[in-house]
Design a protein around this ligand. Sequence first.
Ligand SMILES: [Zn+2]
Length: 252
Amino acid sequence: MRALQRIAAVLCLLVVSACATAPPRNPLADWHASPNHEPRRARMIVIHHTAMRSAEGALLVLQTRNSGGRVSAHYLIGEDGRRYQLVAEQERAWHAGSSRWAGMDDINSISIGIELDNDGNEPFSDAQIESLLVLLADLTDRLGIQPHLVVGHGDVAPTKKDDPSVHFPWQRVAQAGYGLWPRELRAPVPAGFDAWAALRLVGYDLRDPEAALAAFHRHFRGREDREWLEGDAELLYDLQLQLMELPSASGT
Ligand SMILES: [Zn+2]
């Protein structure tokens, strides 16, 4: 009898330790495991500049903490083009903060964050941009991210952030196939065109319209005006047409 009790106790312990290592499951439902799954994948890429003087300094901040709280990114690219990875791609890095794009909140949960070593006031080096393009090719191909969904931190958090700065070469990056850029020859803007609706369609959060305009201008016009500029309607109409021409996302 005592032997049976001991066996029961050992079995209990085994069950408890097995439970301790099992993934959390909702007790409200019966668990019927399916092998048909994979880690969640990112759906967009957010570019940042570090606003620091060196990649070494940025690495330290991204691995520890700073005065504003803990931050991280999946990748950091040095001025010399060297790439560092800090967080696995299927994990949620803390780079975008409070953010919204195309109606989606919590951009951290659906994005890969790439920090560029840059103090915010200087041009981005050729080596760094070339290195970024290699990484963008790899990420969009391997993770199935739609290439036009490469945006800046300032785009997804227009009231709080302004990185990457006006020095970031969005046109060059778009010519390589990543992010949107207006075409040379644009169709005439039809009567009744709604520029605000187009700005929202591109992805901008319009809760603070002036901040959204500044972010749009930083990205597409290399300046940060907070009111409409001549030529904006033509540019936005072309971006809207490009978005409407895109194949829809697919994948199981
Ligand atoms: Zn940022």
